[in-house]
Design a protein around this ligand. Structure first.
Ligand code: GTP
Ligand code: MG
Length: 149
């Protein structure tokens, strides 16, 4: 089954949106397989955002993601990578559709509440970066067989 890495950024935590954001994925029907609340080290932040190393906003991005605690999660489900990106919405909250997390709660591109892996391969890389194998819970909700055709 496909997995994705999601992280509620410091602004989502500080604004008290942790429950609201987790609910979007839980009520959609995806399965939570990993969750932790942590202060992100500079090293982890730089590795996580390595693809953006040359961008002008990189230093600010690392500064921000290390500025307060983050909720790191792994979610599982068919098509979860692309679906989670839809639930999250466009990078810039001002153009993100209403109904998406960023569209409903965000107003600034540098404070867009949540990160979601952009592809299945990226997800594998990010999950390995943020979680040890033993921190992930291999389980299936009892409803799963009933919910699928
Ligand atoms: P993530 O899920 O966080 O990776 O966002 P994304 O995939 O929608 O966007 P992308 O990977 O291109 O950028 C990573 C993060 O860098 C974004 O979530 C923004 O917080 C930030 N970012 C991207 N573009 C800009 C920009 O032009 N200015 C600023 N200040 N931040 C940016
Ligand atoms: Mg991205």
């Amino acid at each position: 089954m496909e997995r994705t890495f999601l992280a509620i950024k410091p602004d989502g935590v500080q604004r008290g949106l942790v429950g609201e954001i987790i609910s979007r994925f839980e009520t959609k029907g995806f399965t939570l397989v990993g969750l932790k609340f942590l202060n992100v080290s500079r090293e982890l932040a730089e590795q996580h955002y390595a693809v953006h190393r040359q961008r002008p906003f990189f230093a600010g991005l690392v500064e921000f993601i290390t500025s307060g605690p983050v909720v790191a999660m792994v979610w599982e489900g068919d098509g979860v990578v692309a679906s989670a990106r839809k639930i999250i919405g466009a990078t810039n909250p001002l153009t993100a559709e209403p109904g998406t997390i960023r569209g409903d709660f965000g107003i600034n591109i540098g404070r867009n509440l949540i990160h979601g892996s952009d592809a299945s391969e990226t997800a594998k890389h990010e999950i390995a970066l943020w979680f040890k194998e033993e921190e992930l819970v291999n389980w299936q909700p009892h409803l799963t067989p009933w919910l699928h055709e």
